[in-house]
Design a protein around this ligand. Structure first.
Ligand code: NAP
Length: 517
């Protein structure tokens, strides 16, 4: 049982291990803070290696039975989870806005992505296709089947507190893995809701375990725990790289989804008002705290003046405030450290010689004095080599980079170490296809902003954004399964591949295998 809330006091939470809500032995705790008001949303256990070990042991124990549960039955449980998520959508969306600040329309969208993912993965239970293919030998059958990997350690960031855990937990379960989930410390309450809901949907004890705690303690302990077979991490490139090193040393399968420095290209033939709408949503949606946020806008010089003036006017008119207020268009940053980081980058941009057009300061008017608000910030006259053009700021800051033509636009776009999302606004089909082919990114939008993934398509990036995996769609199944290749020889004799293979050309020396030979 979760402890019962005391009226007026923040709710006290526990880990979920082996189907039970349990305290961390140390008794240490941390607070979940509403970034719009500074209020405490809940209190959560600060777990260490001991809790992690118990959670991994529970997941190991549950693995044999869960992995043998037929995939369609596992899918049925996910289908029930989708219905519960739908029923609780509004309540969870409100909780999410309280604990991480983004506006209600966006937190509803976040939960909806969880629903979509549950439905998609539920139906995958009746596919989970392998392939059958001819053998090169007579009287021999060849096929592949998918095997679960084992115990999956899932580590998630705070900016999509339901969607990103859903992208990992649902396919992991569908594929027959058991899970230890370490959510971000800034959004622990949504994680509790999701895990409670899965238990209610019929996920057996030990199949999903939830351990709270800091990245440096619980997260690091989970990554190096010997009982973990697979690590799926979404977060910063710095933490992801360290996890990859540990994972490689310990021979674990590691999937990483990391940072971005996404660019929107605006050509001189673009529908400019559409391009402004896209840039506004891409740069300032979720207060710029999306891995796919539009942090660079690469604009043809012929239209840069008009585009910039309109974008600045629209950005300055955005209504900033508590995301629970339906009139709010942009909420706070996640915490004070994030606000300080954003402001540090604004100072860097000014020092580097970029021209600040708007924003560049905290927003502390009216009800916003207690939260971590920052004004929408736009720089122009940037150079692609500047730090603000290269490094992920993860806040409401974007930089306009003027260019002469498409070649230069694509070159500027590609001149970063990241490769997650990208976009081009143009009415010219030739330019659009050039961009599709030449832009270095995992995702390219034509006449749409850099943000807005759909659950049934692959999601992820190249270069330092990822390590070759994709979440979403059927691509995620490759993360959470291992291929097994099966050969069935029903000839009743020893047949040697490549040696006894029939030789239709007749010029080899494998006469024993020649047709009719
Ligand atoms: P982060 O600091 O890297 O943290 C991500 C997760 O890792 C959190 O649960 C964190 O725990 C944990 N962690 C931190 N240090 C760890 C360690 N040494 N060992 C194991 N786990 C550790 O990232 P964030 O600030 O939460 O999220 C923002 C970043 O995520 C941005 O770079 C953004 O681009 C990226 N992101 C990428 C995608 C994508 O799909 N490509 C999607 C969303 C976000 P604590 O919370 O306790 O620190």
């Amino acid at each position: 049982m979760q402890p019962q809330p005391v009226a007026g006091a923040p709710e006290i939470h526990r880990n979920f291990i082996g189907g039970e809500w349990v305290d961390a032995r140390s008794g240490a705790a941390f607070e979940d803070i509403d970034p719009a008001t500074g209020e405490v949303v809940g209190v959560f256990p600060r777990s260490g290696p001991e809790e992690v070990r118990r959670a991994v042991a529970a997941a190991r124990e549950a693995f044999p039975s869960w992995s043998r549960t037929p995939a369609p039955v596992r899918g049925e449980i996910l289908h029930r989870a989708s219905l519960l998520l739908r029923a609780e959508k509004e309540e969870i969306a409100r909780l999410m806005t309280r604990e991480m600040g983004k506006v209600l329309v966006e937190t509803r969208g976040d939960v909806q992505e969880g629903i979509d993912t549950a439905l998609y993965q539920a139906s995958e239970g009746r596919r989970l296709f392998g392939i059958t293919t001819p053998s090169e030998l007579r009287d021999k059958f060849a096929m592949t089947v998918r095997m679960p990997v084992g115990v999956a350690a899932l580590i998630t960031p705070w900016n999509f507190p339901i969607a990103i855990p859903s992208w990992k937990i649902f396919p992991a379960l569908l594929c027959g893995n058991t899970v230890v989930f370490k959510p971000a410390s800034d959004t622990p309450a949504c994680a509790a809701r999701l895990v409670a809901l899965l238990a209610k949907a019929g996920v057996p004890p030990g199949v999903v375990n939830l351990v709270y705690g800091t990245g440096g303690e619980a997260g690091a302990a989970l990554v190096s725990e010997p009982g973990v077979d697979l690590i799926s991490f979404t977060g910063s490139s710095a933490v992801g790289s360290a996890i990859a090193e540990t994972g490689a040393r310990l021979h674990k399968k590691v999937s990483l989804e990391m940072g971005g420095k996404n660019g929107q290209i605006v050509m001189d033939d673009a529908d400019l008002s559409l391009a402004v709408e896209g840039a506004l949503w891409g740069a300032f949606g979720t207060t710029g705290q999306r891995c796919t946020a539009t942090s660079r806008i690469i604009v043809h010089k012929k239209v840069v003046k008009e585009f910039t003036e309109t974008l600045v006017a629209r950005a300055q008119a955005l209504r900033i405030g508590n995301g629970l207020d339906p009139r709010t268009q942009m909420g706070p940053l996640i915490n004070e450290a994030a606000r300080e980081k954003v402001h540090r980058y604004v100072r860097i941009g000014i020092d580097e010689g970029a021209k600040l057009l708007c924003g560049g300061a905290s927003h502390e008017e009216g009800e916003c004095t207690r939260g971590f608000f920052y004004k929408p910030t736009i720089f122009t006259d940037g150079d692609p080599k500047m730090r603000i053009a290269q490094e992920e700021i993860f806040g409401p800051v974007t930089l306009i980079l003027p260019v002469d033509d498409l070649d230069q636009a694509i070159a500027v776009h590609n001149a970063t170490r990241y490769g997650l999302s990208s976009s081009i606004y143009t009415r010219d089909v030739n330019q659009a296809f050039r961009a599709i082919c030449d832009i270095e990114a995992g995702i390219t939008y034509i006449n749409g902003p850099t943000i807005g993934a759909e659950a049934h398509l692959p999601f992820g990036g190249i270069k330092e954004t990822g390590n070759g995996h994709r979440e979403g769609g059927t691509a995620v199944i490759d993360i959470f399964t291992e291929w097994k290749t099966v050969y069935i020889d029903y000839s009743g004799k020893l047949q040697k591949a490549q040696i006894d293979t029939p030789d239709p050309g007749g010029d080899g020396d494998n006469s024993a295998g020649k047709p009719n030979g």
